[in-house]
Design a protein around this ligand. Structure first.
Ligand code: CO
Length: 199
């Protein structure tokens, strides 16, 4: 079995560094969290929400799954969304996709990937909604990147259509849903300008 001791060593170092800058950091954070942001992103290890936003623990509530999908029957994602909106009262919900997404790319080929194909079916639905736009892009990598953007746009709409957001907006709660895309090649986030703050 390979050692995982380095994880504990790194953790010790990280905790010491934070306490050096702010001795009360963990104590005050352990009493309460009040993040302004909910991040719904891809599970890809190269797209870590806190790190790329430069945010500390306590600043962003996070849900991640393969290809950042928001499915109306996914109790996991919906529970996160409900808690973020109704209890934490986040101001911004960010759906973030990324270029070079393996899940999005896999949805474009005809190969069998096992169980995950059932999950990727949801991206195939997005493809069907935008078939003409996608067919117009012959290069498969570029097509996958366009599909990553269109997928974010659809997932923003899915968040906006939940009863959670429609209730929040009916009660004049200040919460906006945004769609971002992240570029693995330069670490830069782009706003897809599909934000919604009302029904
Ligand atoms: Co991905």
């Amino acid at each position: 079995m390979s050692s995982i001791q380095h994880l504990f060593d790194k953790n010790q170092e990280w905790s010491e560094q934070i306490k050096k800058d702010n001795p009360d950091f963990f104590k005050s954070l352990s009493e309460q969290q009040s993040p302004d942001y909910l991040w719904i992103g891809c599970s890809d290890s190269r797209v870590p929400a806190n790190t790329l936003l430069g945010l500390l623990p306590g600043e962003v509530f996070v849900h991640r799954n393969i290809a950042n999908l928001v499915i109306h029957t996914d109790l996991n994602c919906l529970s996160v969304l409900q808690y973020a909106v109704e209890v934490l009262k986040v101001k911004h919900i960010i759906v973030c996709g990324h270029y070079g997404c393996g899940g999005v790319r896999a949805s474009l080929d005809d190969n069998s990937h096992g169980l995950i194909d059932n999950w990727l079916r949801h991206i195939e639905d997005v493809q069907r909604f935008h078939q003409d736009k996608l067919d117009a892009v012959p290069d498969m990598n570029e097509r996958a990147d366009l599909l990553s953007e269109l997928n974010v746009q659809e997932q923003v709409a899915n968040v906006a259509k939940t009863t959670i957001l429609s209730n929040a907006w009916a009660n004049n709660q200040d919460v906006t849903v945004h769609g971002f895309i992240y570029n693995l090649k330069d670490g830069i986030l782009k706003d897809l300008e599909v934000s919604r703050n009302e029904k």
